[in-house]
Ligand binder design. Structure first.
Ligand code: FAD
Length: 440
């Protein structure tokens, strides 16, 4: 059996089910042009992925394996494999977002395709109601997830001996149509410039976890305070699988044995599961509302002000500066920004979702889309659409000393613009809009 091990959202050797498949293997990663062509040449994530691939390649070599890199459309890459003399099949870990599922469906028509489960604790159809329907509310889903959870859900995938299929592992293989060329292994070969990542972004996920260990006890209280650096900051690693979710759970179990209250952190990890399950069950949520027909009101000036951190609302502008400058944004600030966007500015949530998608290091379709729908009040949660965050009371509560604002918005003194909307008036406008949408 000649087996292509297709790495996608699992860029690591530790606890990776792909390495527990016996046989002759050809490990690959594809720089998917369908995705890359939409990105700027300065995209930070491509640098993050490139670093992770170099590390993965080195770690595979230690095990007598290697990683072949491809650049092209996955379907064309596998058509190229099909045209080779040898027969291959593909093994990859399941990716449940709608783009990935469609891509995998097309690929499975070209070569035999075996799915493994890796990215989440649960499969999308594992935590369901008794009648087999999906949960739409988080807390019952969470309770069920805890009831369903077994030690196997965090069991480590053990590597088995595998034989490496001889191949050119040195260059990047470019496939366009049925043309195959090779380019040197570098970011510039695929049209991207190396971005400087922050020291924290360059840390190994295991080291991030070690740093977070001392904060886990205070996480339940401190996690909302944006200046405190009190969260794990593991989302990008979980997104690209540079750490295994099972390894995080095993670590959490160890922490629990030490007497730490691990439940609040576990709960956040289950939010990630919940959102992945929802998008897998309802792929239309990618751009359609689940509930309520709110569309929002197009306004390019408001959108421009939001995206350039010129709204005149300090906590919102500081958040956008954090996002543009680092590719990260604290969860509480994401919530404040998304509420301001969809309620005070009354803009379509899809616009905000796409803007975040362009810039977030940890961009994940399920978490981003469902969080934006939650903020807009259009998602599955029956969160009342009339709940509008007040950005001023939010910052007074969670950034009392203004440390976060000062960090990202040091110029918020006299030169700073006036708010583009008044909170009271814009909230009133939003409520009227929601009421009218219902009555029409
Ligand atoms: C509008 C909006 C957009 C978002 N977009 C994304 C996104 O594209 N990708 C993404 O990973 N998260 C997204 N989130 C969720 C959350 O903001 C981030 O997961 C979190 O800020 C990452 O920081 P952390 O790793 O320090 O989180 P921690 O607080 O340390 O949480 C641990 C892990 O749990 C998961 N998690 C935590 N909170 C949530 C949540 N509310 N929803 C889903 N998973 C969660 C993440 O994987 C996170 O790494 C979004 C939230 C909002 C409000």
């Amino acid at each position: 059996m000649r087996r292509i091990l297709w790495f996608r959202r699992d860029l690591r050797v530790e606890d990776n089910p792909l390495l527990s498949q016996e046989g002759n293997v050809l490990p690959i990663f594809i720089f998917d042009t369908d995705i890359l062509e939409k990105l700027s040449a300065n995209d930070r994530r491509v640098s993050f992925i490139f670093n992770a691939l170099i590390r993965l390649k080195e770690n595979l070599k230690i095990r007598g394996l290697d990683l072949a890199l491809f650049y092209g459309k996955p379907t064309e890459v596998f058509q190229w494999f099909l045209a080779q003399e040898s027969h291959y099949d593909i093994c990859a870990s399941g990716d449940y977002d709608p783009y990935a599922r469609e891509r995998d469906r097309e690929v499975s028509h070209i070569l035999p395709f075996t799915y493994l489960h890796d990215t989440y604790i649960f499969k999308p159809d594992e935590v369901l109601k008794n009648d087999g329907s999906p949960y739409l509310v988080f807390t019952p889903y969470y309770n069920r997830a805890k009831a369903v959870f077994r030690p196997e859900h965090m069991a480590e995938s053990m590597a088995v001996p595998q034989s490496l299929i001889p191949f050119d592992y040195k260059d990047i293989h470019r496939i366009k149509g049925d043309t195959h060329t090779k380019v040197p292994l570098s970011l510039t070969s695929i049209g991207f410039f190396e971005q400087s990542l922050s020291p924290h972004q360059l840390l190994l996920p295991e080291d991030k976890l070690k740093q977070f260990a001392s904060k886990l006890g205070t996480y339940p209280h401190d996690r909302d305070f944006m200046a405190l650096n009190a969260t794990s900051r593991l989302s990008t690693d979980l997104r690209f699988g540079t750490i295994s979710i099972r390894a995080v759970i095993r670590w959490l179990v160890e922490q629990k044995k030490l007497g730490v209250d691990t439940e609040p952190f576990f709960r956040q990890l289950i939010f990630r599961e919940f959102y992945a399950m929802l998008l897998a069950q309802f792929p239309r949520l990618v751009d359609q509302n689940f509930r309520y027909p709110f569309r929002g009101v197009d306004n390019n000036d408001y959108f421009e002000a939001f995206c350039t951190a010129c709204t005149g609302v300090p906590i919102v502008d500081a958040g956008i500066r954090e996002l543009l400058g680092t590719g990260e944004m604290h969860n509480r600030v994401r919530m404040i920004c998304a509420s301001f966007f969809t309620k005070n500015l009354l803009l379509p949530w899809q616009w905000g979702e796409r803007f975040f998608a362009e810039h977030l290091m940890d961009y994940d379709a399920a978490s981003n889309i469902l969080s934006w729908q939650w903020s807009a009040g259009t998602g599955v949660d029956p969160q009342p659409y009339f709940r509008i965050f007040n950005p001023y009371t939010q910052s007074a509560k969670f950034d009392k000393e203004g440390l976060y604002i000062k960090k990202y918005l040091p110029d918020s003194g006299c030169e700073y613009p006036k708010p583009i909307v008044d909170h009271k008036q814009s909230s009133k406008r939003a409520l009227e809009y929601f009421k009218n949408t219902f009555s029409t």
